[in-house]
Design a protein around this ligand. Structure first.
Ligand SMILES: [Zn+2]
Length: 216
């Protein structure tokens, strides 16, 4: 659904990152249309809504850049960014930002890009698992996605056999439980080459949040 023209009526300032912050000027209506957090921050009696300035000190500029691109173009970034393996880090941070700021559509765009990226590079960012679990709650779609992708793309028997102290430190305990609980074990009747096809065809809506910003 395309937002109506009135969403472009007024501009607000958003200051992102620690001092000195980077300032963004965005349409208030667009922000409020997509995000429950911004709607509450801007429509209430708070000082933010009076001054039309919101400060997001803990948000990284590259994450907010992607949010801004997504708001206005529907895309997180240009394709050259997607070729960088470090994009996993940004995608996870975008998902976490979308989750905290009540923007389901942004989370879904990040989850889809995460799947596309793992298919393209055929890797998973193990080094981010602890970070992801520290910043999401039980049952988060991003956790389910990672557990399912692990089941579909790794030799788990071999992975668990190597599970010595250092590996236990890298894999959150809850992730190992999520991996064991993944329904993908049942579906996995393929060798690893075929599982690449399987991941390409899997139902992405399982990892989406289909609520509107007002339903959270
Ligand atoms: Zn969906």
């Amino acid at each position: 659904m395309l937002p109506s023209g009135s969403l472009y009526d007024s501009i607000i300032t958003i200051e992102v990152g620690p001092k000195p912050p980077k300032a963004y000027w965005l349409h208030e209506g667009i922000l409020c249309h997509h995000s429950l957090y911004f709607r509450e921050a801007l429509r209430g009696d708070s000082s933010e809504s009076q001054q039309k300035v919101i400060k997001l000190e803990e948000t990284e500029v590259k994450v907010f850049d992607a949010f801004k691109n997504w708001l206005y173009t529907g895309k997180l970034f240009d394709t050259s960014t997607l070729d960088d393996p470090k994009v996993f880090d940004v995608l996870c941070k975008i998902w976490i930002f979308g989750n905290r700021r009540g923007v389901p559509g942004l989370k879904n765009a990040a989850a889809d890009a995460f799947i596309d990226q793992s298919l393209r590079l055929w890797i998973l960012p193990d080094e981010l698992f602890l970070f992801i679990y520290d910043n999401t709650s039980n049952g988060a779609q991003l956790r389910t996605l990672i557990a399912d992708l692990l089941v579909l793309s790794r030799d788990l028997l071999e992975m668990f056999t190597r599970l010595d102290g250092s590996l236990v430190e890298r894999y959150p305990k809850q992730l190992l439980l999520d991996v064991l609980r993944s329904p993908m074990h049942k579906d996995l009747r393929f060798q690893s080459i075929a599982s690449k096809i399987f991941i390409g065809k899997m139902d992405r809506c399982k990892y989406h949040d289909h609520r509107g910003p007002d339903e959270i």
